[in-house]
Write a protein that binds this ligand. Structure first.
Ligand code: OGA
Ligand code: MN
Length: 291
């Protein structure tokens, strides 16, 4: 069946919806190529109506590259370390996943030496309250956000570097009530802070986008604390501006693929609660070194 591709509604001109794919069974290069091209061009791709076993989800994700392992392994799917479970469900008194995967703007694994190229989040259960899906995910087109900055700001930030770390916000999130498990020393050692540019170049398109993010960037290197805060506050406000964002309303069966180089995203876990269940499976594809 031919794929149908529609743009997603937003002012930032990014994202497409694909209908008519069956990624669990169709292993053709044509279908994968069409989805990979759409990802490069549109940065967010929603493939609707999928029925994927964990094995099928992993096999499709591997076509994009090597899958990253998850530092926070308590939330890996048992038997499938490549899948990270995002869920508010409690089973036998234990959370089966992380309930809030990203309360602030971020891109996945930006705090690793080799950050992620793209993530593939598959919706198995979506909470619906009063007839409306809840737990929307917000995306920002960070190329559009960067290109719209005043020239002076762009010049100022173009060669700056910043420190990125998992721990930057992790303990804050636990204090705020997130159901994250405290990290062991071994887990922390797997995620040391790294230095990456504030603005990075997309390896496929050559376009530049804001990489510094609210969740994981701690400070700009080589400037005073006040100046670092002023720069980052300006960039975070730009990334969050509605002009550059798309809000995804989930449907069960959505496989949402996003580019982690040129988009940032944040979760919204505050507008639903049990007994309304949310259950998602995420794979995360390793990307290029940052430049
Ligand atoms: C993630 C994430 C957003 C959401 O899985 O990387 O940030 O809405 N999830 O669950
Ligand atoms: Mn995320």
């Amino acid at each position: 069946m031919p794929l149908t591709v529609h743009p997603l509604a937003n002012d930032a001109g990014f994202g497409v919806e694909i209908i008519g794919a069956d990624l669990g069974h169709d292993k053709s290069d044509e279908v994968f190529g069409a989805i990979e091209d759409a990802l490069h061009e549109h940065l967010v791709v929603v493939v609707r109506d999928q029925k994927l076993s964990p094995e099928q989800h992993i096999a499709f994700s591997r076509r994009f590259g090597v899958l990253a392992d998850h530092v926070l392994s308590p939330y890996a799917l048992p038997g499938h370390p490549e899948i990270y479970v995002v869920s508010n469900i409690i089973e036998n008194g234990k959370p089966i996943g992380v309930a809030d995967a990203g309360p602030k703007w971020h891109s996945d694994f930006c705090y690793r030496a080799r950050p992620s190229r793209c993530s593939l989040l598959y919706a198995l259960e979506v909470p619906v309250v009063d007839g409306e899906p809840r737990g929307d995910t917000h995306f920002s087109n960070t190329i559009a956000a960067y290109e719209a900055l005043p020239e002076g700001t762009r010049k100022r930030i173009d060669s700056l570097k910043a420190v990125y770390g998992l721990m930057h916000s992790y303990e804050q999130r636990i204090k705020g009530g997130a159901n994250l498990l405290p990290l062991t020393e071994e887990q922390k050692a797997k995620a040391p802070d790294v230095v990456h540019p504030v603005v990075r170049t997309h390896p496929y398109s050559g376009r530049r986008g804001i990489f510094a993010c609210e969740l994981n960037t701690s400070h700009v290197v080589g400037v005073s604390a006040d100046e670092s805060k002023a720069i980052l506050d300006e960039l975070y406000a730009q990334v969050a501006h509605p002009k550059f964002t798309y809000r995804h309303k989930w449907r069960t069966g959505d496989l949402l693929i996003w580019d982690n180089v040129a988009t940032q995203h944040r979760a919204n876990s505050k507008d639903y609660e049990l007994p309304h269940r949310r259950r998602m499976h995420r794979t995360t594809v390793r990307g290029h070194a940052v430049f």
